[in-house]
Design a protein around this ligand. Structure first.
Ligand code: NAD
Length: 254
């Protein structure tokens, strides 16, 4: 049920961090992988590791998820290489923090573009292929910041973009269920990656506050998203669609 043998899975932002870790999880279960990232060097490095460790085929595509032409190119190149697309993990994301009154329009737009428009464009391009195939699983990476206002950080654009991802997920789940496509969201809490590394490195009040607000009292590690990613990618989750799956050490229960 959890097997991903003969699957082809696309992971955006899969060169490092949570995306790379989820790609590893899928590869371990047998899936071929397409890493889509702006960072071609890191993507190639990740691809080498995946091939060596899991013996799967890995394609890297240097692309920007918020460019409609790139989204379409990713669909084309994946189908050309593997003949199908079983899974899309929309993981690429960025953060720009500022108080609401100080946030520049440029930063606001950059965050919306990658975190929300990118998820829509990639889902649309790949979804058209999945509609033809009459099957597929799309997994969108939101955040606990999409369900709560994550104080004391000033991240209005990030919060709104991640809340948007949840609505996008539910809407696509409803529209595409008749086509055999499932769409779900993972909402991670604080995970140790390059995105958050600087906070954990400098430590201090912010980290102490976050950890005291997390019932489990620690950040998550990237590999702790692998289980949920494999579950949602595979037939094990065949009746799950439109769901928001928290993986946050209990942060959002308080
Ligand atoms: P990261 O910054 O370590 O990695 C993000 C990757 O996405 C990078 O390889 C980057 O090159 C790529 N990327 C950025 N913009 C892109 C674009 N326009 N097109 C293609 N690729 C692009 O981030 P991470 O910590 O691994 O986070 C991954 C996802 O998880 C993000 O959506 C983030 O918002 C979400 N998330 C992270 C945490 C956390 O604590 N780290 C918590 C909740 C949610």
């Amino acid at each position: 049920q959890f097997s991903l043998a003969n699957y082809a899975s696309i992971v955006t932002g899969g060169a490092v961090g949570l995306g790379k870790s989820m790609a590893e999880g899928l590869a371990e279960m047998g899936s071929d992988i397409v890493i889509v990232d702006l960072n071609a060097a890191k993507a190639d490095e990740a691809a080498r590791e995946l091939r060596e460790r899991y013996g799967v085929r890995v394609l890297t595509i240097e692309a920007n998820v918020c460019d409609p032409n790139d989204a379409e190119r990713v669909r084309e190149e994946t189908v050309r290489a593997f003949g199908r697309i079983d899974v899309l993990i929309n993981n690429a994301g960025i953060v720009r923090n500022a108080k609401a009154e100080d946030m520049t329009y440029e930063d606001w737009t950059a965050v919306m573009d990658v975190n929300l428009n990118g998820v829509f464009l990639m889902s649309q391009a790949v979804g058209r292929e999945m509609i033809r195939q009459r099957r597929g699983s799309i997994i969108n990476i939101s955040s606990m910041s999409g369900t709560i206002v994550n104080t004391p950080q000033n991240q209005i654009a990030y919060n709104v973009s991640k809340a948007g991802v949840i609505s996008l997920t539910k809407t696509l789940a409803a529209e595409w269920a008749p086509h055999g496509i499932r769409v779900n969201t993972i909402a991670p809490g604080y995970m140790k990656t390059e995105l958050t590394e600087k906070f954990f490195r400098t430590g201090g009040e912010l980290i102490e506050r976050w950890m005291s607000m997390t019932p489990m009292g620690r950040p998550g590690m990237p590999h702790e998203l692998q289980g949920i990613a494999v579950y949602l990618a595979s037939e094990a989750s065949s009746f799950a669609t439109g769901g928001v799956f928290s993986v946050d050490g209990g942060y959002t229960v308080w």
